[in-house]
Design a protein around this ligand. Structure first.
Ligand SMILES: [Zn+2]
Length: 471
């Protein structure tokens, strides 16, 4: 086999923190407000103003760092990154260049661990709108929004591993409750570095793809770069150090500018901000507040409740869902807990607003066959808008499952009324029985168990025909 090029990928992820106010002023930190309504002289960068550090932003950065296995610095500081751009009214961004608050951590992906070099705090810039022909508009609301930037080592070797890393990172940030990580609102943005090399050779020249706002686009952009750089290298060309952007329409990356080096930014410590000093007690105190992380919880769901890998994975999509399951499954046996998981996964958005004990009760009722899954889903949906006792409601509204003789009677009637389907079934078209099941479900108003009804119907048909339909 030929000596193929191997991609070397590193990711820088900007995660916006969910603090109520901005990082250096008391303006509200919120997405979606009327443009330029959440600004003050500090975040507008007016002369003579002084930044004052938001403690909550520090707390969130430390929680995020601890969750990623980072070491938290007891001394760090803030620096100015100087550059001119219309969305940055101060002419510099306050970041942590020389001493990040967190460093050294890692995140597991199915293809291997990805080491994290650093996690640092910084402020966001404003937002430019280029969608008008005659002007570019600026919204300063995002100026000074708190961010953590998480930088990996170039450990990633494929676009799919990059995607797995970002998915895992999103979940960790969600479970720490430090960010809503909504990529469509810009709460999580990715810069990807990529170069190619043959195994054993030194690193090649890297290209940076800026500001990617979806995992799918990141995968496409990286795949495109692998193709582009391979073609370039194989034809004897040279990869240029540059910043590129991904065009969603063409699926290609295109050059933005040649990459600035660190010197271009003229970094220096911000004289307006004191060093950030954190005590070991403070750091350890925050470590104690960390919840179980998604991977841990998933394994726990599988081992403690015998859930399938798929059901457990879906329950850790969000911390609220995971918590709901844990609370509602408390005291249930594994079968009932599995039913609670199915119920939650069938409609997570509704389930998350229901009290856990109500969900647990629904799972118990399902487990004892008092109600069918259809009825349980209806009750769940109703419970998401008003609270009531589901057992009592099922009784009062006659929603309890139709079983035994009553179900047999319905099945017999349905067989009698569906001669065509029965003949088709006896003629070898086994799926025809579902029409009869449908009739039972309709007659029962969803209160019959479809699988039980199917078994009964087949039994009735085969008895009627002398039990020789299979011969
Ligand atoms: Zn402000």
């Amino acid at each position: 086999m030929r000596n193929e090029y191997v991609p070397v990928i590193g990711l820088e992820t900007h995660v916006e923190l969910l603090t109520k106010t901005k990082i250096f002023c008391s303006c509200e930190n919120r997405f979606g407000a009327e443009p330029n309504t959440l600004c003050c002289p500090v975040c507008m960068g007016l002369p003579g103003t002084l930044p004052s550090l938001n403690k909550k932003a520090v707390e969130y950065a430390v929680r995020a760092g601890l969750a990623l296995g980072c070491k938290v610095a007891t001394v760090s500081g803030f620096d100015r990154k100087n550059y001119f751009y219309p969305d940055l009214p101060k002419g510099y961004q306050i970041t942590q260049h020389f001493t990040p608050i967190c460093s050294g951590g890692s995140l597991e992906t199915p293809e291997g661990a990805v080491r994290i070099a650093r996690l640092h705090l910084e402020e966001d810039a404003g937002k430019l709108f280029h969608n008008r022909e005659d002007a570019t508009l600026i919204d300063f609301n995002r100026c000074g929004a708190p961010l953590v930037e998480i930088v990996t080592y170039p450990d990633i070797t494929s676009p799919s591993q990059a995607a797995d890393y970002i998915s895992a990172l999103r979940q960790v940030m969600l479970f720490c409750r430090v960010s809503d990580v909504k990529m469509n609102e810009g709460s999580l943005r990715i810069d990807a570095n990529i170069s190619l090399r043959r195994p054993g050779e030194p690193f090649g020249t890297k290209v940076e793809i800026k500001n990617i706002n979806s995992i799918k686009f990141m995968e496409k952009a990286l795949a495109y770069e692998i193709e582009r750089q391979t073609a370039l290298l194989e034809s004897g060309g040279v990869v240029m150090t540059e910043t590129r952007r991904f065009d969603e329409k063409s699926g290609k990356t295109e050059p933005m500018r040649t990459k600035e080096s660190a010197e271009d930014y003229g970094y220096f410590p911000d004289p307006d901000l004191e060093p950030l000093l954190l005590s070991d007690e403070y750091i350890e105190g925050l470590r104690l507040t960390l919840p179980q992380m998604p991977e841990e919880l998933k394994s726990r769901f599988i081992s403690d409740y015998a859930l399938s890998n798929e059901a457990a994975s879906r329950l850790v999509d969000s911390p609220d869902i995971a918590e709901l399951f844990l609370k509602s499954a408390a005291g249930l046996d594994n079968t009932a807990a599995g039913l609670a998981a199915n119920l939650i996964n069938s409609s997570p958005a509704e389930a998350v607003t229901v009290r856990p004990e109500r969900l647990g009760r629904l799972a118990e009722m399902l487990n004892s066959e008092e109600i069918t899954f259809t009825v349980a889903k209806t009750l769940l949906s109703e419970l998401s808008s008003s609270d009531f006792d589901p057992a009592q409601a099922a009784k009062e509204r006659n929603l309890t499952a139709i079983r035994g003789e009553e179900l047999k009677k319905l099945a017999k009637e349905a067989v009698k009324a569906s001669r065509k389907a029965v003949r088709a079934y006896l003629g070898g078209k086994k799926t025809a029985v579902m029409a009869v099941v449908g009739a039972v479900m309709k007659a029962s108003g969803g209160r019959a168990d479809a699988e039980k009804a199917r078994e009964l119907i087949i039994e009735i048909i085969e008895n009627e025909s002398g039990g020789d339909s299979d011969s």
